[in-house]
Design a protein around this ligand. Sequence first.
Ligand SMILES: [Zn+2]
Length: 349
Amino acid sequence: MILVGVMIATLWGIGWVMGAPVRARLIMIGILMAGVMIIQLTLPQGHPLREATGSDPRLWLLLVAFAVAVWLYRRGLLWLRDRARPAPDEPASKTGTFGAAELSRYARQIVLREIGGPGQKALKDAKVLIVGAGGLGSPALQYLAGAGLGTIGVIDDDVVDGSNLARQVIHLDARIGDPKVFSAADAIRAQNPFVEVRPYNRRLTEEIATDLIAEYDLVLDGSDNFATRYMVNRVSARLGKPLIAAALTQWEGQISVYDPASGTPCYECVFPEAPDPALVPTCAEAGVLGPLPGVVGAIMAVEAIKAITGAGEGLRGRLMIYDALYAETRTIAVRPRADCPICGHSAPV
Ligand SMILES: [Zn+2]
C-alpha cells in the first residue's frame, strides 16, 4: 500500500517537474491504479506482488470510488455554472452581426427610417479617426461611441489639466495628469463595450498622418491649432477621406464637412490662409463657454453618422456657424477654389 502511495507521489512529482498538464498526470495515475486493481483481483492471496500493493482489493475499490465521486461532483458544478452564465454578446459583435444586447442598445436609432438596420450595420463597420481628445473631440467621441460606431481612433499628446474639466466632460477629476487619450478610452470602454477604441498618445505629425488616416473611413478634426488643421486637411484630401472639421471661439462655433472628392471644397478652399498667430487669441486667452464644445462636438457626431449612413443632407459645401450668445445659427454656402493648392485644378496630383 505504501509502495503504491510512493509511486503515485513520484508520478505526480515527475509530471510537475516536466510541466505536464494535470490531465496527463491524472491519466498516468489512473493507469497505475488500473494495474494495481488487476493485480489485486487476478493474483492469488499471499502472492508477493499482491502483498506489496495492499492485501485487500476492497480498500482500493473504496479509494477509486471516492476519487470518481469527487471528479463527478466537480464536473457537475462546472456544468451548472456554464448553464447559469448568459451567452456573451462579444463574439457576435466581432463577427459583424448584432447580439440581443446591442440591438436593444441601438433600438431607438434603428427605428429611424433614415438609419434602420443597414445604417446601424454601416456604423458598426465604420472606422472614424478623431484628432484631439479635448473640447470638440470628447463629445464627438462620446456620442459616436454611444451611437454604435464600430472603431474609433483618437490621437492627442496632451494630458488632462484641471482647466479642461469645465468643458471636456469625458475626463474625470481623478484623471488630472493622465494622457487625455487613455482617460477618454477608459471612459468609452465603460460607456459602450461593443466599441473598439484605439488611443494614440502622440502628436499627429506629417510623418504618421498618411499611414494613420489611410486606416480610417472618416476624419473628425477637433484640434486647437491651424498647423494641425491644414495638415489634416491636406492628407485627408490626398487620400480622398471626408473631413469634418470644427473650431470654437468664445461664444461661437463653426463646422463643415470638407470632401473635395465629391466636388465640394476642402478646408483650405474656405480658409486659404491661417491668420497671423499674433492676432488669434487662444482659448486660454479669449475664453470659451463650457457647453459650447459640447454643442458643436455633438454636431460633428451627427454629421459623421449622416456621412456614414447617407441619411439626410450633410454639411458638404456649407459652413454652419452657431452663435451661442444670441442663440442663432447661420449656414453659408462655400465653394471650391480652382486655385486651391490642395484640391484645385492646379493642385499637384
Ligand atoms: Zn481646396
